[in-house]
Write a protein that binds this ligand. Structure first.
Ligand code: THG
Length: 367
């Protein structure tokens, strides 16, 4: 089997050595960093997340820091979600669009203080974008990538593990709230968030030289709950209807098409990038929307390598953008971006690498 080894251009995460010691089997790249995607037991890792607790190296969810007197102003100009109620120590899932209203990223944005915001990005370059917008608008903001690397602890026992690590006070942390803390000499930010619908926390490691040390401390604290090394779970996130930026959208996908309309506030001022375009799009109506599919077939591999043509009566009506096996449903499931003429309850055909499979269209999320 081939390998991709880390270099300055395809970076190792601070947890890289720890994940290799755990026996990581697959990586993808994300924000020019290696992101573990499997330890070789997809079904075991899935049930571990649903019934127990897993720890994930998600350092590739990089932080873009906006710091300075205009940091709040720039952050609001960059996202189409209204941040009026975002207080210090709180985060929000907040899409970023370009001037045409197309999605550029779907980050979590954390407000650390009046003058410091962290954009916890999905896989696209936002540092260039934030820097360019700031400079073009003469805003007083310094844009940088700080030394901060999320480690996710996800699953029904995540709260017990994080309480064992940091104390019972963490049980009171609300969804997307963050707190400064530390373990021994390791500076951390802890928050209740993560890329699953099973509940959990993220520890942002704020000293990249201490990745292995933090990994081992978390593993030790999680022992009583049988914590295991895991990765963002492809099946669970499809079941939960979570967007995978770059997989489920292209460069002409707006938030309304992929079920992110509830995070768009069309009342925001015109200076918010993309908001004028989104008002027009809302008025004109969208042409395609995201739905689930249950595909009637044994697929030759679980990961969608590309978008698969989706047809009705032989005519293309859209694409299946992600596929996975759902162990809870004992079925192949997927996310589809299809014409608004296609509705849940419909049957469609999916051209999966030259073979046509029947599929049923359903509402999202699956769970
Ligand atoms: N954690 C952190 N950074 C991240 C991610 C994360 N950056 C990249 C990527 N993940 C961003 N994407 C998402 C997608 C969905 C959610 C979080 C990050 C999410 N969604 C919930 C849902 O859709 O049900 C709830 C959102 C809400 O109601 O506000 O949690 O995982 N640090």
């Amino acid at each position: 089997m081939f390998k991709i080894l880390p270099t300055p251009r395809v970076r190792a995460s601070p947890f890289y050595d720890a994940t290799v010691a755990e026996g990581v089997k697959n990586f993808t790249t994300y924000n020019r960093m290696l992101l573990p995607t499997s330890y070789g037991d997809p079904e075991g890792e899935y049930w571990q997340l649903l019934n127990g607790v897993s720890m994930w190296d998600v350092a590739a969810e990089r932080q873009i820091q906006l710091k300075g007197p205009d940091a709040g102003k720039l952050t609001q100009q960059l996202t189409v979600r209204n941040l009026d109620t975002l207080s210090n120590g709180q985060g929000k899932y907040a899409p970023i669009c370009n001037h045409q209203g197309n999605l550029l990223n779907d980050p979590v944005i954390n407000r650390l203080s009046d003058e410091v915001y962290w954009i916890s990005i999905a896989d696209s370059q936002i540092q260039f974008w934030a820097n360019a917008i700031s400079a073009e608008r003469s805003l007083n903001v310094e844009v940088s990538e700080p030394d901060a690397s999320p480690l996710a602890i996800q699953g029904p026992n995540a709260e017990n593990v994080v309480a064992a690590l940091l104390g019972d006070w963490v049980r009171k942390i609300r969804r997307f709230q963050i707190k400064d803390t530390q373990i021994e000499d390791i500076p951390l930010i802890v928050g209740r968030s993560g890329y699953s619908n099973q509940g959990g926390f993220e520890l942002y490691l704020c000293d990249g030289s201490k990745g292995t040390k933090l990994w081992n401390i978390v593993r030790e604290a999680g022992q009583p709950w049988d914590i295991q090394a895991g990765t963002p779970n492809h099946s669970e996130r499809i079941e939960s209807g979570l967007l995978s930026f770059g997989n489920d959208n292209d460069d002409r996908t707006n938030p309304f098409e992929v079920r992110l309309g509830k995070y768009v506030d069309l009342q925001l001022p015109d200076e918010v990038i993309g908001i004028c375009a989104l008002r027009d799009i809302r008025q004109q109506g969208i042409h395609r929307h995201q739905l689930g599919v249950v595909i009637d077939a044994e697929l030759s591999h679980l990961l969608a390598r590309t978008w698969y043509d989706t047809l009705q009566s032989g005519k293309k009506v859209g694409s299946v953008t992600s596929t996975a096996f759902s162990w809870r449903m004992n079925a192949n499931v997927g996310l589809a971006l299809v014409s608004i003429t296609v509705q849940s309850g419909d049957s469609v055909e999916v051209d999966f690498e030259g073979k046509i499979h029947e599929a049923q269209v359903v509402e999202l999320p699956f769970f």
